[in-house]
Design a protein around this ligand. Structure first.
Ligand code: APR
Ligand code: PHB
Length: 394
């Protein structure tokens, strides 16, 4: 027996993209069902980046989920680039008039879940065997198994918000889908530690031994990273090794202020650039990590996903509430135009700030010259600043 469910928009994936879409749609009276192959507690336990562009903050405000973000988020007016001991501050506010907000993505996810639960959102968790059907027709559907029972969601639209490893992207026929990918020859080892941040602002450092990033979650909780070998495991990085490398890469002046301690979370993440085109196929729309991945160097993953959802929600709301399809028709091209610019920035900053095993002495000098140029040029600093605070939506 198949259980049939009906909705306007079936959202596959209940990460930040899917949750925000459901929230914005619900605020405009559009009905959705959210399904995920995991459950709430699993989704909320994923540790991700924590820098929000002002446009992302605006979207969360518009969605009505920004009160805790305003209470607990930390506004940052600049950040530092460091290169073999030299330091340069990117004055975000001075160069662009805008700041960013440091607030963990895990917290954004929690706020969205709270809002959707209290509004009675229909969730389907721990689903398996998700298959998308009839995407080119006016009546697409999403089939899956839940609690041992077959389910079929009949809908007008499917939103593929199921991340890089989801099924939505692969529902687009291979003759239509084009993908573009770059893997980086190293990973990031990240830790969380309950110690005050070593600096009030973020520090991105390139050192002979590799990249390091000093970030934070609050005034008492720090998030630190070091570039590591692509094959490294968490067990290769006991805390003592981490602190030694991290201090070395940040340089003696900053290291003198570093308060170390036992980490309570440690993970290794690969770095990848990836884009799938188009982001629409019939009545399927891809958004967030399902369509694109950036290396974390510019903290763009969540921000890019939120920008997609702003445009997608606008298109769906215009369709239902004004009978207009212009935004939906333009979704893929307008979103991809911005996606590629953000991919460029994330790739450029990653190239500048890491040690690449294959870099020749010439390429190393090029990196250093680029850093020196940025440090000496307001125009070059402004280019970084305007990308970091977030490019306009259109
Ligand atoms: N069926 C249903 N759900 C699925 C499936 C599937 N076949 N495959 C994956 N999912 C779910 C995952 O369990 C996850 O909860 O889709 C969700 C995708 O969430 P994210 O990977 O977080 O992707 P997205 O919401 O686009 O995130 C955008 O937030 O999580 C970060 O790195 C991400 O920075 C990016 C941003
Ligand atoms: C983080 O706080 O986890 C973080 C911050 C900035 C980045 C990446 C990650 O560029």
């Amino acid at each position: 027996m198949t259980k049939t469910l009906k909705t306007q928009v079936c959202i596959v994936g209940s990460g930040p993209s899917g949750l925000l879409l459901a929230q914005l749609l619900a605020n405009a009276g559009v009905d959705s069902i959210l399904l995920d192959r995991k459950n709430r507690s699993y989704i909320e336990s994923r540790v991700r980046a924590g820098v929000l562009e002002s446009g992302t903050v605006a979207a969360l405000e518009e969605a009505g989920v920004a009160s805790r973000l305003h209470a607990e988020g930390i506004p940052h007016e600049g950040f530092d680039l460091a290169f073999d001991g030299a330091r340069h501050r990117i004055d975000l506010v001075g160069l662009t008039g805008k700041s960013v907000t440091v607030y963990g993505q895990t917290e954004v996810t929690k706020d969205l879940f709270d809002a959707r639960y209290s509004a009675g959102q229909q969730f389907c968790f721990d689903v398996e065997e998700v298959v998308l059907h009839d995407l080119k027709s006016a009546n697409p559907s999403v089939q899956f198994m839940m609690d041992g029972e077959k389910h079929n969601v009949c809908c007008d639209y499917v939103a593929g918000c199921d991340g890089y490893h989801g099924v939505s992207r692969s529902a687009i026929p291979a003759v239509v889908l084009r993908t573009f990918e770059r893997e980086y020859p190293f990973g990031w080892l990240g830790i969380l530690v309950d110690q005050p941040p070593v600096s009030d602002e973020l520090i991105y450092a390139n050192h002979e031994h590799g990249f390091a990033l000093a970030s934070m979650r609050s005034e008492t909780r720090s998030r630190y990273y070091v570039q590591c070998d692509i094959n490294d495991k968490v067990s290769d990085w006991p805390d003592e090794r981490f602190w030694q490398e991290f201090a070395l890469r940040l340089g003696p002046e900053t290291a003198a202020k570093l308060q170390t301690g036992d980490s309570f979370e440690k993970s290794v993440a690969p770095l990848r650039s990836f884009v799938a085109e188009p982001m629409r196929y019939g009545n399927l729309f891809l958004a967030g990590d399902a369509a694109h991945i950036v290396p974390p160097t510019g903290a763009k993953g969540l921000n890019l996903a939120v920008a997609d959802i702003r445009l997608l929600s606008r298109g769906l709301i215009e369709h239902y509430n004004a009978g207009k399809d212009d935004y939906l028709d333009n979704y893929s091209s307008s979103v991809l135009n911005r996606v590629w610019k953000v991919e460029r920035f994330s790739w450029q900053l990653s190239k500048l700030m890491h040690q690449f095993p294959d870099n020749s002495p010439f390429e190393k000098r090029m990196q250093r010259a680029e850093f020196d140029y940025i440090a000496s040029s307001e125009a070059a600093s402004k280019t970084i600043a305007e990308n970091y605070v977030g490019l306009p939506l259109e």
